[in-house]
Design a protein around this ligand. Structure first.
Ligand SMILES: [Fe+2]
Length: 242
């Protein structure tokens, strides 16, 4: 790999969602992913009403505290701040008010949906994001029940330019057999524009290593490089071509 992998989904900011609990754990995740070949790891803490009521200012503060300690430490990849936005009406108000937390550069933002209920006409919201200059990156399509058997419900979203982001650990059963099978099918179908770790704790790093090996076995070295290195960079740069 030339410039290293870029992780667009990771929970290493301590104590603010269901990710790492301490700074040491956060550093362990960063160093572990660095050792696997990640040169950049973007923090994407949850913003999800009634579960993780984080807001932009608090996330920026937490990120600043981490960077003040972690920045430049040996073995720690470059970092950045985004958020994993749960796509509901609260998100929409935050987004319109400029209070969402897109990826560095502001060209794209990570969103997740309800796991059990597929939102009606969600592609309209995705389209609205696009015309406001922010490309939606959909977290773990393989983990939504509505997509276990078929990708059809996602097609309208893909048509308006949503980037599917694979959780690599889905490929080694981290989220169960249904998600694993859906991930393998979606890889075949070309649903994914990029892949990520979605690591939540230091113990995930070993599974991520196995998952990347599995990804390579399934799609080959070249496509693995596209999914983990080249295309995440295109998302950040705003140069996605679908
Ligand atoms: Fe996540």
């Amino acid at each position: 790999m030339s410039d290293g992998y870029v992780d667009l989904h990771c929970h290493y900011l301590p104590g603010i969602d269901d990710g790492v609990r301490t700074l040491d754990e956060g550093l362990a995740v960063l160093r572990g992913l660095g050792a696997l070949g990640f040169s950049t790891v973007v923090a994407t803490p949850h913003i999800r009403t009634a579960m993780f009521d984080n807001r932009k200012a608090g996330l920026e503060r937490a990120y600043g505290e981490l960077v003040a300690i972690a920045g430049g430490l040996p073995g720690v990849p470059a970092t950045g701040l985004g958020a994993e936005h749960y796509l509901d009406d609260v998100f929409w108000e935050l987004f319109l008010a400029g209070e969402a937390v897109p990826y560095p550069g502001g060209k794209a933002a990570l969103v997740e949906l309800h796991y059990e209920v597929w939102p009606r006409r969600i592609e309209e919201r995705f389209f609205e994001m696009q015309i406001r200059g922010v490309r939606p990156v959909l977290a773990h399509p393989e983990r939504y029940a509505a997509l276990f058997g078929s990708t059809d419900p996602l097609d309208p979203a893909l048509e308006v330019g949503v980037c599917g982001l694979l959780d690599v650990m889905s490929l080694v059963g981290r989220y169960g057999h249904k998600s694993q099978r859906a991930a393998e099918r979606m890889l075949d179908e070309g649903v994914y524009y990029a892949a990520c770790t979605d690591a939540h704790r230091p113990g995930d790093v070993e599974l991520v290593a196995r998952a990347i090996e599995r990804l390579r076995a399934l799609v080959g070295a070249e496509e693995t490089e596209e999914l983990l290195a080249e295309n995440p960079r295109r998302i950040l740069a705003g140069t996605v071509e679908l």
